[in-house]
Design a protein around this ligand. Structure first.
Ligand code: PHE
Length: 340
């Protein structure tokens, strides 16, 4: 009988080790240890044994049961490891695969030009000023020597929020604001920002665009300083060979006022399509700050004088990058924007 048990144990071992799933393992386990197990047969035959033999058999049966339980435990462990390995394999990440590449954004061309201008002026010791886009008539016009009814308002009079408030039509109100803040102290600022004007008569303009304002006040600031400053700026932006010229112009807040041209960087002044055959490109407006403007902001024109200028950023960007339609800046076409 003991021999039979040993055989049975061997058989159980083989079968247990051969199962492939937890479910089968449980089935095989109950096959050997459950009510219908061949063990029962052995047990029924025990009644014919002597006490001594029964004792021996008891020990053997316990050993058998223990052995089968152990096989099951070992096999369960193995099956569990297989399961984990299988899961790991299924969920494995192939680190040799190239990842998804994120596209880097780039700066908008107007931002690029603004930053370039800022860098140049910061290098000359200027501060960057800011002002509101929703502006009082007081700063946008009055304090710039453009009283109510002044004919020069006509070209800019635009987007009113109420009779005394409008979207600023230029960055020049920052001149008045900065002067009021600095009363009787020298000033050296630029102010980039958005401005708004109706554009009913010119397809090359937009109702919203960007400017950089400049203002320098001191006790000994001359038109020569203005010229030197703008020449330095335009050489930095358009190449060291550039020369500039002043043409007389009119702004209510500067006197004298000038339009500033830069020699064409494409044809070097010979005349081409870019400069419309005249060798010069009109680039900004400027002048010496009008005494009335100084007075209104609390500066004594006998002591202080200075210059101001306003640069159109779109215009600079269009020239610099060869962009032929101002609307490209605002339509957010990614094919356009990616080129910068
Ligand atoms: N504010 C003027 C404009 O928008 C430009 C300008 C600024 C001219 C400062 C002179 C001095 O046209």
């Amino acid at each position: 009988m003991i021999k039979k048990l040993v055989e049975l144990q061997e058989k159980a071992k083989t079968e247990i080790m051969a199962v492939k799933t937890m479910h089968n393992l449980n089935e095989v386990k109950s096959l050997y240890l459950g009510k219908k197990s061949p063990l029962q047969e052995v047990l029924t035959q025990m009644k014919d044994l002597t006490v001594e033999e029964k004792k021996e058999m008891g020990i053997a049966i316990n050993a058998f049961k223990q052995a089968v339980e152990e096989f099951v435990l070992v096999k369960r462990d193995l099956l569990q490891k297989d399961l984990i390995n299988e899961k790991l394999e299924k969920e494995a990440i192939d680190i040799s695969l190239p990842g998804v590449k994120f596209k880097d954004a780039n700066y908008h061309p107007l931002e690029l030009v603004t930053r370039e201008i800022e860098e140049i002026f910061i290098g000359m010791g200027y501060n960057i000023a800011v002002g509101p886009e929703v502006e009082l008539d007081l700063y946008n016009f009055e304090m710039l020597n453009l009283p109510a009814g002044h004919p020069a308002r006509e070209m800019q009079d635009s987007f009113y929020i109420n009779p005394t408030t409008l979207l600023r039509t230029h960055t020049s109100p920052v001149q008045a604001r900065t002067m009021l803040e600095n009363k009787n102290k020298p000033i050296q600022i630029i102010c980039p920002g958005k401005v708004y004007r109706r554009d009913d008569d010119d397809a090359t303009h937009s109702h919203q665009f960007m400017q950089v304002e400049g203002l320098v006040l001191g006790s000994n600031v001359s038109m020569a300083d203005l010229k030197g400053t703008l020449e330095y700026l335009l050489k930095k932006m358009f190449g060291g060979d550039r020369v500039i010229r002043f043409r007389p112009s009119y702004f209510p807040f500067t006197e004298p006022s000038v339009e500033v041209d830069v020699s064409c960087f494409k044809c070097n002044g010979k005349g081409c399509a870019l400069c419309k055959q005249n060798g010069w490109i009109e680039i900004l407006g400027a002048g010496m700050v009008h005494p009335n403007v100084l007075k209104m902001a609390g500066y004594d024109p006998e002591v202080f004088q200075g210059f101001a200028f306003g640069i159109g950023i779109e215009r600079v960007a269009m020239l610099k990058y060869g962009i032929d339609d101002i609307r490209n800046f605002y339509t957010n076409d990614i094919r356009f924007l990616r080129q910068f």
